[in-house]
Design a protein around this ligand. Structure first.
Ligand code: SF4
Length: 910
């Protein structure tokens, strides 16, 4: 593709399911800048901290630039021939189910489409599953049970139109920050709008919540079945809607009434007064949107949670109406696109069903395929079990890192290592998964790729290239199609461009559809390259003109409302406004669900481990870990633990703790906070072997899944926490990444001019030797060191000319050197000897300010600076912004700023 460097290119952010529009520009000197696209309907110009820092993540450091076989560089022909011949031979010898693809919500729709087509239509197996299984499979299953289709009824506008937003298991402030900002802005305009947060933790999202229900882990089914019973008892049902548009209400209400209020309180860990407050607010507020994400989906009862929520919306007729509806928000940038093309092992393309013979026949005819998968394939957890026990003998992993992200991750790693043939297509040469590949295929990265993605509100946007593809990297769709050709399927995989693939995908969506299926973008069937290139973001459905389903303008007789082809003034569309669904009888289905409580803690493992995201990192940090800005917000893996639990287990703030489950253990920093629910411990999911010694938290997660969706339960694992008895703690800054780190605990993060490193060791060492192992024994330059043998302190600094190349601080307790100050010394000039001695001493000189932990990544403003400004009279987020700029760019830190202001106020009042 030809790149026009002078042009600002419209593309989309590669991180979360909000799907923000991004304008990217490459200057003549190669410098890339990004900003929010003011015309994109998802974000209207906003970007969060991750999106704002995208330009820092596109360097070629660590890129896989050439195909490799067993670590040897090769050319594409040899690599593709080997992949194709090995897959073909394995299929011939062991059948099509002996091979599998494990793909990713990071793939573009066109990549996904081709991978799914190859596996299901030409190999003849459905053994293709995706890391989106870990993200939203329970929502898919819940939608299909209730609506007869995997349809998200609403749109983002509903978040601004609602009078009540219920956020369930969703830390929107950190995980979908632009949606959080849209809600916060709407709330400022309409102070009567209410927000309820249902989450075991008091996350930053509580900043906009009028009510926080600190629910027990997996108490959601009980909470929402209790709500349904309450609606029935308090005459708050929409009986007309229930009668006209649904089935199964009686059974659902009967099942939901199994527990009385006291029973619901016991199952949820909430007070009866809290429950009644929430239930009465929900009952009284017609315009209610219930937003849910991983806290709902990542559970062994995830599908029931989704249906318990949908039941309450059906019972009140609040589906598909402006400002009302259940709303699943996806974690990944293209989880929705994957669903559309059948990237899940239990779906066919274009929202068709594998179990349905008519659907199979239709897809096979459309593809002119020799075969089509006849049964669902292996879902992610089952797939890696099949790799482990030898049923799968050839595995192709695309754009994902299962050695870190799958539950029981150590077992997954062992399975991959033992698999006879593993192919990994990736952007990076070194990830915890790539290291085990027999064949490594260099894939194009964000900024180089061209295709489309679908966000959480069914909006399809183009992701466009603005950088030339480096080395021999290639688009994923091209790699898959080349393998398909070599397997003998050249005609079906002759696509010349993403536009060709999109046109085929769109045509399939409309093929023999006539309104029978929700996913229909037939308006773009056969789209040409020019139109595709210029494609503006649009929501599906987008039907071909003349589709008989569609009513005359303004009428509401058809199923979906809106549609860009017919009514261009409609910017957002909703499904089910007229109460017609995709079930055989056209009615939505209530699912009878009995309230349950699911405590997993045991005497041996008395706590519940909850896993999730932090504000400034994404997945396994392969991209965000490159950004110094993003790496400073939370530079270490941590365990949030309630003060009472910390005291009980003898853990102090900043101790290193060992978190263990039946499946493994990690070493992370203790963060003692009352924001955590008592009895629970939270550890983020991002840290890998590339960034920490032992912090792959998914190695601790049991491979327990929801029986219907197959989604793993990543938020409710019985765990134990113990203090790690460290003999020494350390902190270092380094200009270069160390080749190896010989410490029990370590965590490495990028900073502006190098790296920062946290350390803990179980036993004392020869500290000069230890310093030499980190910085190189023979590295040139001046070395200054201080060793207090009796006190156990050791300090070391090395200079090359007037530049600091490394400093190390070791002590018997957590090192009290200001991290912000130390990191800045890597960029400072140290010609002055007194300044060098200050570095060894670990103390800022007289004029230096310790900024404290970074709060605002955009402007590098620290907690100490904000606290100082509060002391100086800035008592609002706006005043802090006016003084320090903090919170005035992406806004992702505004909730944290407000927390600091409140803390200072409370402190002053004491
Ligand atoms: Fe990207 Fe942030 Fe928008 Fe998500 S909210 S798409 S991470 S800019």
């Amino acid at each position: 593709m030809k790149i026009d460097a002078a042009r600002e290119v419209r593309t989309t952010c590669p991180y979360c399911g909000v799907g923000c529009g991004v304008l990217a520009k490459v200057a003549a000197n190669g410098e890339v800048t990004v900003r929010g696209d003011p015309d994109h309907p998802a974000n209207f110009g906003r970007l969060c901290s991750k999106g704002s820092a995208l330009a820092e993540t596109i360097d070629l450091d660590g890129r896989l630039l050439h195909p490799e076989i067993h670590g040897r560089r090769t050319d594409w022909d040899e690599a593709l021939d080997l992949v194709a011949s090995t897959f073909s031979r394995t299929i011939a010898e062991h059948g099509p189910d002996a091979v599998a693809f494990y793909v990713s919500g990071q793939l573009l729709t066109e990549d996904y489409y081709v991978a799914n087509k190859l596996m299901k239509g030409f190999i003849g197996s459905a053994n293709i599953d995706t890391n989106s299984r870990l993200c939203m499979a329970s929502s898919v299953a819940g939608h299909r049970r209730a609506f007869g289709s995997d349809t998200v009824p609403g749109c983002y506008d509903d978040l601004e139109l609602a009078d009540l937003i219920v956020l369930v298991g969703s830390n929107l402030a950190w995980c979908h920050p632009v949606l959080y900002q849209r809600i916060a802005a709407a709330r400022e305009k309409r102070p009567d709008m209410k927000v309820v947060l249902v989450d075991p933790r008091r996350t930053m999202t509580s900043d906009i919540a009028d009510m926080h229900l600190a629910i027990a882990p997996d108490g959601d089914v009980a909470l929402f079945t209790g709500l349904l019973a309450y609606l029935g008892q308090h005459n708050a049902l929409d009986r007309t809607y229930i009668t006209a548009h649904t089935t199964g209400f009686g059974q659902a209400l009967f099942a939901a009434s199994a527990l009385d209020l006291a029973g619901i309180a016991a199952a949820t860990g909430l007070g009866e007064d809290e429950l009644v407050s929430f239930y009465s607010l929900f009952a009284a507020t017609a315009k209610t949107v219930t937003v849910y994400s991983q806290g709902v989906n990542q559970s062994s009862s995830g599908t029931d949670k989704v249906n318990a929520i949908i039941n309450c919306h059906l019972a009140t007729g609040r589906v598909g109406k402006p400002g009302a509806g259940p709303f699943s928000v996806t974690g990944q940038p293209n989880a929705m696109g994957g669903r559309e093309v059948g990237g899940l092992a239990n779906m066919l393309a274009a929202h068709m069903e594998i179990e349905n013979p008519e659907h199979r026949d239709r897809v096979q005819r459309f593809w002119s395929a020799p075969t089509v998968a006849e049964k669902p394939g292996l879902k992610a957890v089952e797939m890696f079990r099949a790799v482990a026990d030898g049923r799968i003998k050839a595995l192709w992993i695309m754009a994902t890192n299962p050695v870190d992200s799958m539950p029981d991750a150590d077992a997954v790693e062992a399975a991959i290592k033992a698999c006879p043939f593993v192919v990994v297509s990736d952007v990076l040469a070194k990830t915890d998964t790539v290291r085990h590949a027999h064949v490594r295929l260099p894939a194009a990265a964000w900024g180089e790729k061209d295709g489309s993605v679908t966000n959480s509100e069914r909006r399809i946007s183009r992701q466009r290239a603005f950088l030339a593809t480096p080395g021999e990297a290639r688009a994923d769709w091209w790699i898959i199609a080349e393998v398909a050709k070599r397997m003998g399927f050249a005609e079906a995989f002759s696509h010349a461009s993403p536009a060709d693939i999109f046109a085929e995908h769109a045509a399939l969506s409309a093929f023999e559809n006539d309104g029978a299926r929700d996913f229909d973008i037939g308006a773009y069937g056969g789209v040409d390259a020019e139109t595709y290139d210029a494609l503006a973001p649009f929501q599906w459905p987008a039907l071909s003109p003349g589709t008989p389903l569609w009513p005359a303008e303004g009428e509401m007789a058809g199923r979906p409302e809106g549609g860009a082809w017919r009514r261009p003034e409609v910017k957002s569309s909703r499904f089910f406004a007229n109460g017609s669904f995709y079930t055989p009888d056209g009615r939505a289905k209530f699912i009878a669900i009995r309230p349950t409580a699911q405590t997993r803690a045991s005497p041996e493992y008395p706590l519940v481990l909850n896993t999730g995201r932090v504000r400034d990192h994404w997945h396994t940090m392969t991209r965000t870990g490159k950004s110094p800005r993003l790496s400073q917000h939370l530079a270490e893996p941590f365990a949030e633990i309630h003060p009472a639990d910390a005291q009980h287990f003898g853990i102090g703030d900043a101790d290193i703790v060992r978190v263990s489950t039946e499946h493994g253990e990690v070493l992370v920093r203790a963060l003692v906070t009352a924001r955590q629910r008592r009895g629970s411990v939270f550890v983020p999911m991002h840290w890998t072997d590339q960034f920490s010694a032992r912090a792959r938290i998914d190695a601790l997660v049991a491979p327990v899944t929801d029986a219907i969706s197959g989604q793993p339960a990543s938020k409710n694992v019985a765990a134990r926490v113990e203090r790690f008895a460290a003999a020494a703690f350390g902190f270092a800054v380094l200009a270069e990444r160390p080749a190896s780190i010989d410490a029990d605990y370590w965590s490495l993060a990028r900073c502006a001019a190098g790296w920062r490193l946290e350390l803990a060791l179980e036993a004392d060492r020869d500290w000069p030797d230890f310093a030499a192992s980190l910085f190189g024994a023979d590295a040139p330059g001046e070395t200054l060191a201080y060793h207090d043998v009796a006190g156990g302190h050791y300090r070391f600094a090395r200079f090359a000319g007037s530049r600091l190349t490394g400093a190390l601080y070791l002590a018997p307790s957590p090192v009290a050197v200001s991290r912000g100050w130390a990191v800045e010394q890597l960029s400072a000039d140290h010609a002055d000897r007194r300044g060098r001695l200050a570095i060894v001493a670990g103390r800022p000189g007289g004029n230096s300010v310790d900024r404290g932990a970074v709060v605002c990544s955009c402007f590098g403003v620290g907690a100490n600076q904000i606290a100082e400004a509060v002391r100086g009279g800035c008592v609002s987020v706006e005043a802090i912004g006016a003084t320090l700029h903090a919170g005035t760019n992406c806004g992702s830190c505004r909730a944290e700023i407000r927390t600091i202001i409140e803390a200072r106020r409370l402190h002053a009042a004491e």
